[in-house]
Design a protein around this ligand. Structure first.
Ligand code: V55
Ligand code: FE
Length: 491
């Protein structure tokens, strides 16, 4: 292939330089020992553009979806990486060049692909009811065969789905086995319609309730508790006229309030209630949330990283916001809502240092919990290194006890970036399990899979799996036990 020419921005440089090749390898070299309790598949979504963009500037977020899988069995590790063969990927491969235009703006596409599904399915590998689905918030997920990584097609629950989108951040109730998944811009570009879908343990779509958001926000994630679905809404807003004029889809508004919508999780869309909060905030991922009975009322706690402005440089540029990432104030915080006093809005309490890609054990989702994990960039560990979606990679892995504030950290030093970890539950319920994450070394441009004791991240990796080739940084990942993997719907 002729050498591809990439735009001059961090999205395409250093560890972010596109790779664009499918490959696989078996029995990778392991330093240390894979703990015997770890058997399963670690699926990862990557963004890796097959062709240079047709717009002058483009973001990392636009890259074609690829799905990666580490398969861990009997202490051995296999790896495979393949494109998600979306309609978009097919159309561009046939043309031998990019045809889809600016991020999230269909009005900038080449006329030959008008109406073609433009999602890249590059954000999260979702596992539910024995199926693997690669998702992005701007369209429907694509089902992928978990064994062959071959793409099956767009996934719409047997055509039952009405929303035009489902997000990359479903929430699961570990007790019922249900999956709750929302979709914003449910009725099309820049619409305020949001859908909340309930999918039962068997994978059947049992309800789809719509509500109106206060504005068309980039509604990336939400929180599920035992009774509530909670939607933090931040003022990164799409505008149809601006999009039609070929402008940026997303502009962040420092002078527009944030909101939280709360809806009974099995309720009607019309039951949503809105609480208004401070102007200009931003957030993408929520760690967890739960309800607590206190003095005759119910408190709803939502734990998430909240920032004073949007973290994506391309969105700040489009918004005329001048701030370097290192100066943006942020923190892991707890927002608490008193269900008997919604007019009071919410209160905020700091929990931990700023960071993102938060995880908990699946058993803790939506109920009172203690332990969370996330990645952060700590300037004391090293200078910012180009890695992943916001420019500076994460160099520290954090374990936090959200009840006591106790922190433990694995600092990776000045030459490494860490991708989002997955939590792997242990067969021993007394044991906290493990975290697995790909760690990238910049000086050697190489990637390794690290396995860390979840309860003791500061001790470092108990096993490192060396990869023969560099990986492009991950977006999100999902752990699937070997039993679930082997009982998949697709064989
Ligand atoms: C995010 C990632 C996306 C996207 C929108 O992490 C938001 C946030 C990889 O794609 O399209
Ligand atoms: Fe995300």
């Amino acid at each position: 292939m002729e050498k591809r020419k990439w735009p001059d921005s961090f999205d395409f440089q250093g560890f972010n330089e596109p790779i664009g090749e499918e490959w696989s390898a078996t029995d990778l070299p392991v330093e240390g020992e894979i703990p015997a309790g770890i058997e399963g598949a670690f699926f990862r979504a990557l963004a890796d553009p097959a062709f240079p963009p047709i717009v002058e500037k483009d973001t990392y977020l636009s890259g074609d979806g690829m799905v990666a899988r580490f398969l861990i069995r009997g202490g051995k590790v296999d790896f495979a990486l393949k494109y998600v063969d979306t309609k978009r990927h097919q159309a561009e491969a046939a043309a031998g060049r990019a045809l889809f235009g600016a991020y999230h703006n269909p009005y900038t596409d080449d006329p030959t692909v008008k109406g073609v599904d433009r999602t890249t399915a590059n954000t999260t590998p979702i596992w539910h009811a024995g199926r693997l689905m690669l998702s992005k918030e701007d369209g429907h997920s694509y089902e992928v065969n978990p064994h062959t990584l071959e793409t099956i097609g767009s996934f719409t629950y047997d055509g039952e789905l009405r929303t035009l989108t489902t997000s990359a951040h479903p929430r699961f109730d570990p007790a019922t086995g249900e999956m709750f998944i929302h979709g914003y811009e449910a009725a099309g570009p820049a619409t305020c319609d949001v859908a909340l879908c309930v999918v039962d343990k068997g994978g059947k779509l049992v309800s789809e309730e719509w509500f109106q958001a206060p504005y068309c926000a980039m509604l990336h994630d939400f929180v599920l508790t035992q009774n509530w679905a909670v939607f933090p809404v931040f003022p990164t807003i799409a505008d149809l006229d601006r999009m039609k004029a070929g402008g940026p889809a997303w502009v962040h508004h420092q002078d527009v309030p944030s909101w939280v919508g709360i809806m009974p999780r099995y309720g009607k869309g019309s039951e949503i209630q809105w609480l208004k909060g401070p102007n200009g905030l931003s957030g993408y991922h929520m760690m967890n949330g739960y309800e607590e009975e206190v003095d005759g009322t119910t408190l709803l706690h939502i734990d998430q990283n909240v920032m004073e402005t949007n973290i994506f440089p391309f969105i700040r540029d489009a918004s005329g916001i001048d701030a370097s990432p290192a100066d943006i104030r942020a923190a892991l915080v707890r927002w608490t809502i008193d269900l008997n006093d919604l007019d009071a809005g919410w209160t905020e309490k700091p929990l931990g240092p700023p960071g993102d890609m938060s995880r908990t054990a699946m058993k803790d989702q939506g109920r009172p919990y203690e332990i969370g994990y996330y990645a952060c960039y700590d300037p004391k560990v090293g200078p910012p290194l180009i890695h992943s979606v916001v420019g500076a990679g994460f160099n520290t892995l954090i374990r936090i006890n959200v009840q006591t504030g106790e922190l433990a950290a694995l600092a990776l030093g000045p030459d490494r970036s860490i991708n989002e970890p997955v939590h792997i539950a242990s067969p021993d319920p007394q044991h906290e399990g493990w975290l697995a994450a790909v760690v990238d070394t910049h000086s050697t441009m190489s990637s390794e899979l690290w396995i860390v004791e979840a309860g003791h991240p500061a001790r470092g990796a108990v096993a490192k799996v060396r990869l023969p080739r560099r990986l492009r940084p991950q977006i999100h990942g999902t752990w699937v036990s070997l039993a679930e993997f082997e009982n998949s719907v697709r064989k």
